[in-house]
Ligand binder design. Sequence first.
Ligand code: SAM
Ligand code: SF4
Length: 487
Amino acid sequence: VDSIINHKEINAALESTKKASQDPVAIKAILEAAKERSFLTNYTPGKSEYVQGLTVEECATLLNIDANNADLMDMVYDTAFAIKNRIYGNRIVLFAPLYIANYCVNSCTYCAFRAGNKGLQRTALSDDDIREEVGALERQGHRRLLVLTGEHPKYTFDQFLHALHVINSVKTDPCGNIRRVNVEIPTLSVSDMRRLKATDCVGTFTLFQETYHRPTFAKMHVSGPKSDFNHRLLTQDRAFRGGIDDVGIGTLFGLYDYKYEVLAMLQHSNHLEAEYGAGPHTISVPRLRPADGSDLSIRPPYEVDDANFKKLVAIIRIAVPYTGMILSTRESPQMRDELLQVGMSQMSAGSRTDVGAYHRDDNEATEKHLGDLSGQFSLMDHRTASEVVKDLMAKGYVPSWCTACYRKGRTGEHFMKIAKAGNIHNFCHPNSLLTLQEYLNDYGDEEAKKIGEQLIAKEAAEGLSDSAKRMLSRKMAKVNAGEHDVY
Ligand code: SAM
Ligand code: SF4
């Protein structure tokens, strides 16, 4: 564990780069080199002599830039945007979280599900509830879910495996079904990771370290199985060893110094890359939000302001160029707009963090949202999925529900090989347009269809080879004839 997160290296890098962080020439040199290295045309998985993105020292230099220095920050943002655009284009993959159970034995100081929050009503979805929830999400157009739970003997791993089975069997919406299920659940042993893999229906295993700073971790997680820092840090290793080849990592910003957290996350990512030939498939950057029963609701111990948050998102994009970056509804619509421009490639839409909320909303049309604090934490973006889709399209982004890579077996090392060489654009762009057309046909209102069809026409005419255009138009005809899941 100590060789994964090297505390001394982090502190030394933050200390030694303070001067360089004010020098425009040094910053420009780092950014140009990082841009140059963001594609490895001759990349071979596991060959860690290739530095892609940033070294820990370069990353520390960028983190030390004053977020209010507009000239330096513009250089950082332009580089992040260029890298994101070259790898991910203007596509934004959409998903929704699905909370299955809120029982929890842990004591995470910041979370409404913590055992000590006696005021929270505890529940787990029945099979029928799951079918209703999934149906409600499908009717919003969702095709990708992130399934979450707390940790409690009342809700066992066997029950969770059963829930996955139920989710995957739902086809209530005649227009389609869920095509990718990622999970964010308590850490597992290697043998349970194998059982998860054996379900053959799980994509990415995501787990946030919350904080990589051991003393802060101990303070925030005083009891329960989650209080074991080492066991948590090795979760992604156990996932790989259990045969799961896409893993996600993340830090809860606000618990400790953001500069330390970003550098530690980079070390964690480098470790996974060196050990398993595939770095994190995704990186999440949740920022601490008020939560019912939380001791930290009033003020996070290391609150990250908007300027520094935007800075750190851009730096992660430059540091780990190939990774998918996930943006949640913890951020406001305005902040989400800004963050999309500097590196985010996936976002949730229409999210609820209270168990059973999607079908409750559907069934009780007159009852407005149950109030801000009834979920795991409060949210900042309350727009519906349809509003988010329209807003993205109006701003020139292509909302995508594409899951073709997983169906084609492009995961783990195989995916990295394509992503690192900057080639996912060739596959993803036509596929994303097909999913957008499918969405518009099935769920788009007049307004969505109008913006969406113009966008698709523009995107199909630009940047694709003649053969790709011919293939796209052939497949588009199938979608418009009512076929689903065309890629
Ligand atoms: N219970 C599992 C665990 O803790 O690993 C699964 C994930 S938990 C349901 C989802 C994540 O929400 C946590 O890992 C944490 O980072 C985040 N979270 C908890 N409380 C939060 C808060 N007040 N504000 C923002 N994010 C929060
Ligand atoms: Fe439980 Fe996860 Fe919330 Fe911690 S963050 S209290 S483990 S649900």
